[in-house]
Design a protein around this ligand. Structure first.
Ligand code: SF4
Ligand code: MG
Length: 324
């Protein structure tokens, strides 16, 4: 399988407004030295508590937030060094779907106009061609043709998320970044949308990065999973391996709180003691040390690096082999 996206040592820091803080600059270390690969046709799930940096990671890949340092290679191109024109082409191949289908659609535009807009932006000038492509995406996401002239407020959350998905598909992207795309929807609708994304992936050879705080959703959609905590990737493995044999204490703690019988309970940190530390003042050494039941001196002083435990399983913990 070809690697379509390669992220290397990515850092995205946000400066905190200096007026409130004396002298020293302060930063939120939203994404802090993240490296990962995405292979063509797969779904890479990214899971973590809110504030772990998963949305910022997606926005960094989209280049909708300024990246501090690192490298993003997409489809063989070094995305951070492209000029405007090259960037436009790359933008076309990478699309993002957001959590909230209520605020992400312009209420003044018809469904047809919303889905057509990216075609106009990317210079498809033939009106008939645009209409044909819009209606083609209607078919992909199973929307009725008479939605074309209607407005977002006329539809339910699930239907609106279908519209968002149609909009993301209309330029025939290679990679779709999904930022909690079902979290705002009723549970009964969630599985419909997840199944739709799954069908579209097969039909259109799509690659997904799928961000969620909900473990049951991540398990359902992912081929591989990255676990993030305070801007860092702590563990990556194939989905079954990760869920059956986690090798990082944080992942193990997340899984022990998995609410299997009740998919409406999405909280992932029920059994992890202590508060999530602030991403502007992360703990020294291992970032999980303030909440880890196995913490030792070394964990406080020395940051563990990601190590390969088996061919597709990498973990950042000094004592993983002894603990898990
Ligand atoms: Fe826990 Fe130490 Fe491993 Fe961090 S490095 S997860 S604190 S045992
Ligand atoms: Mg988020």
């Amino acid at each position: 399988q070809r690697t379509i996206l390669k992220v290397e040592n990515l850092k995205t820091y946000f400066e905190i407004d200096k007026r409130f803080i004396s002298r020293q600059k302060k930063y939120v270390y939203a994404v802090d030295d993240v490296s990962l690969d995405v292979k063509e046709g797969e779904t890479l799930g990214i899971v973590g508590e809110s504030g772990c940096g998963k949305s910022t990671l997606l926005h960094s890949i989209m280049r909708t937030v300024p990246v501090t340092s690192g490298r993003i290679e997409f489809d063989g191109k070094d995305v951070l060094s492209l000029n405007k024109k090259e960037l436009r082409q790359v933008r076309k191949d990478k699309q993002i779907i957001f959590q909230d289908p209520f605020s992400s659609l312009d209420p003044r535009m018809t469904i047809g106009e919303i889905i057509e807009e990216p075609l106009i932006v990317h210079g498809v000038t033939d009106v008939a061609e645009r209409r044909r492509r819009v209606l083609e995406t209607f078919e992909y996401v199973e929307l009725l043709e008479d939605f074309y002239y209607r407005y977002p407020h006329e539809f339910s959350g699930g239907q609106r998320q279908r519209v968002s998905i149609a909009r993301s598909l209309v330029l025939k992207p290679k990679l779709i970044l999904c930022d909690e795309p079902v979290s705002a929807l009723d549970v009964s609708i969630q599985s419909q949308i997840l199944n739709l994304l799954n069908d579209l992936q097969k039909q259109l050879d799509l690659t997904y990065i799928f961000v969620s705080h909900a473990l049951n959703v991540i398990r359902h959609v992912s081929d591989r999973v990255c676990v993030m905590y305070l801007g860092k990737v702590l563990e990556t493995a194939d989905v079954e391996e990760l869920f059956e044999r986690p090798k990082h204490p944080y992942t193990a703690a997340l899984l022990s709180s998995i609410p299997i019988p009740d998919p409406t309970v999405n909280r992932v940190h029920a059994s992890i003691k202590g508060e999530l530390p602030s991403p502007s003042n992360p703990p020294s050494g291992c970032r999980f040390h303030t909440r880890c039941p196995y913490v030792k001196d070394k964990c406080i002083n020395e940051e563990p690096v990601l190590e390969e435990k088996s061919s597709s399983h990498i973990v950042a913990c000094h004592f993983s082999d002894e603990i898990l």
